[in-house]
Each structure stands twice: as C-alpha cells, then as structure tokens.
Write a protein that binds this ligand. Structure first.
Ligand SMILES: Cc1cc2nc3c(=O)[nH]c(=O)nc-3n(C[C@H](O)[C@H](O)[C@H](O)COP(=O)(O)O)c2cc1C
Length: 298
C-alpha cells in the first residue's frame, strides 16, 4: 500500500478540509507552515485563471507542500486540474462526482488524487477508478452528505480499511489528539480536519460563525436538505429550530440554503446558517492553526 505522507509530502498526515469557496491563501499557507497539508478549495471556481492566481498567492507565502480540492460536478474541472498541474501541485482531493471519468486524466497530468467518499460502495468504486487514496468521511462531519442512511466515522473507516487497499484519510468528528489517535487506530494513515480549522484564528468565516461553533452544544447540529438531492450539516439556530418543529413543511424550500449563505454577507445573523460538524460540541475556543496541529500530534 502507498504511504500517505509520500503522497502529501507534509510533515504530519493532517489535511485541511476544503470549505466551499472559503478560499484564503493565508490560511492554506498557515496550515502547511505548521507541518500539515494545506488545501486550497477550488471546487466552485468558475475561472481557471482565478485558480492560478490563488495557487500563486499560496506559493508566495510558503514553500511547503499544499494541495487543491476540486469538485467533479464543476463543468470546468479539467481546466482547473490542468492549471493545478501546471502550477506544480502534486496531490489533489476530488469530491462529489464520478471518479472513473476523471482519474485517467488526473494521472495523465502527472497528479495524484485522493477521492472523498461517504460510503463503502463509493470507496470500492474509487479504488476501481484508480484513485491513489481515499478521504473517508463519516456522517458526523460538516459539509455535503447524501440523502441515504450513512455510517459514522467510527464504523466507516475500519469498514473501508478492511475492504480497500488504498491509504485512508479519516474525516468527520476529529478535533483534537484523541480523535487523531483514534483515526489511526481505526486503520487510517491520516486525518482531514474541517470544523476545528473553521474555528481557528486564521479562518476567514465571520467571527459570529466561529462563535456559533464554540457555543454549539451536544446534539446542536442537524442535516438539512440542499439542492441536487444532497444534505448538509449546520448548527441549529432558533430560527431553524422553529422551521424543524413545523409539521409537513417543505424544508428545502423553507430554508433556501443559498439565501442562508447570502445572509452572512447581509449581516443578517438571525437567519444565517453556519455549516459545521457534530464535533463543534467538543470545540471550546478559537485558536491559531499551529496550536491546533501541535496539540493534535502531541
Ligand atoms: C461549511 C463546510 C463546507 C465544506 N465544503 C466542502 C467542500 O467544498 N468540498 C469538500 O470536499 N468538503 C467540504 N467540506 C467537508 C470538509 O472538508 C471536511 O471533510 C469535514 O468538515 C470533516 O469533518 P469535521 O467537520 O467533523 O472535521 C465542508 C465542511 C464544512 C463544515
């Protein structure tokens, strides 16, 4: 089996989880400078030259390795991957879409790729498609989910490790050294961290969003329907709780997730929804990326 650290080239087997289009070259560089694998989120980019600009901005800030995430449903994914290869990135992660249609192209460009999977079935398909590794994301994670019943990280990671012979990165529910060590014990070679890095000093999400993560209690998140038949995990706000309590409501229409994201820009925090994982309940402070990583590997 390939070694994850060879694929990443970083000191620690910790990957920064991509967060929509919340791109901050400063944050990616901070993750890489602290010894982990910074990850530029290029999934929703609509101009490949914007991808080039962002990559160059990271390169100006660090000479440590970093990667890029692409979303396979993006119609410009091949153009974006071409820019990524031209700019010298070695390993990408690929999310949401069919890996069989893209991995031959990824390898043709001389890139390596880890495919993001939410189930054992998807993990097997990714292996057959030639992925070099997997990011295995349990149901407690922040980010997009399917509308099928899904397994938690504690179940999914060993299940995939038993059935697939690719290096595994565990994601979902990991925020500290306990989660990191547990992931390695379950058969992963590394971890991907989303929510804990969102609530970091360097994160570019609004401070209110970070504080909602810190204040989130046990059971304080839920999955809500979003477009394209998917779900996403968010913190339950009073406004959302009211909607959830209404019987027979069309939640997708009532929530209108795009408008909830736009609400951040309007400063309408009563109606904004913060994407975050269940692990928010374990996060008690907003601190620098380097401190998070050093505690994790301690
Ligand atoms: C608000 C939000 C947006 C996300 N956007 C993406 C994305 O664009 N692409 C992706 O592959 N994963 C995305 N994720 C998933 C993360 O990269 C990561 O896998 C996940 O957050 C790990 O679980 P954790 O939140 O428990 O750490 C997102 C997560 C959050 C919380």
């Amino acid at each position: 089996m390939k070694n994850l650290l060879h694929l990443l080239g970083s000191k620690y087997p910790i990957i920064q989880g991509p967060i929509g289009n919340m791109n901050s070259p400063q944050m990616v560089a901070a993750v890489s400078e602290a010894g982990a694998y910074g990850m530029l989120a290029l999934g929703f980019i609509s101009d490949p030259e914007e991808a080039r600009r962002l990559i160059r901005e990271v390169k100006a800030l660090t000479d440590k390795p970093f990667g890029a995430n692409v979303v396979l449903l993006n119609p410009l994914v091949r153009e974006i991957l071409t820019v990524i290869a031209e700019e010298g990135i070695k390993t990408v992660t690929t999310s949401v879409g069919r890996p069989d249609q893209i991995y031959p192209f990824i390898h043709q460009l001389g890139l390596k790729g880890l495919h993001v999977v939410l189930s054992l079935t998807h993990a097997k398909k990714a292996e057959e498609s030639g992925a070099d590794g997997l990011v295995v994301v349990g149901a407690e994670a922040g980010g997009l989910r399917s509308r099928q019943p899904e397994s938690s990280t504690m179940v999914l990671v060993p299940l995939v490790a038993d059935n697939v012979s690719l290096p595994i990165v565990a994601a979902g529910g990991i925020a500290d050294s306990r989660g990191y060590r547990a992931a390695l014990a379950l058969g992963a070679q590394g971890v991907q961290i989303g929510t804990r890095f969102l609530a970091s000093t360097e994160s570019i999400v609004p401070e209110k969003w970070k504080q909602m993560i810190v204040d989130c209690p046990d059971g304080g998140t839920t999955l809500i329907p979003v477009e394209k038949g998917m779900m996403t995990r968010v913190i339950i706000t009073p406004w959302l709780k009211e909607l959830l309590d209404q019987p027979g409501i069309d939640l997708e229409q009532a929530i209108n997730y795009r408008d909830r994201i736009a609400a951040w820009e309007r400063g309408d925090y009563d109606h904004a929804l913060a994407g975050a994982g269940q692990v928010s309940a374990l996060i008690k402070d907003i601190k620098p990326i380097r401190d998070i990583i050093e505690e994790m590997v301690s």
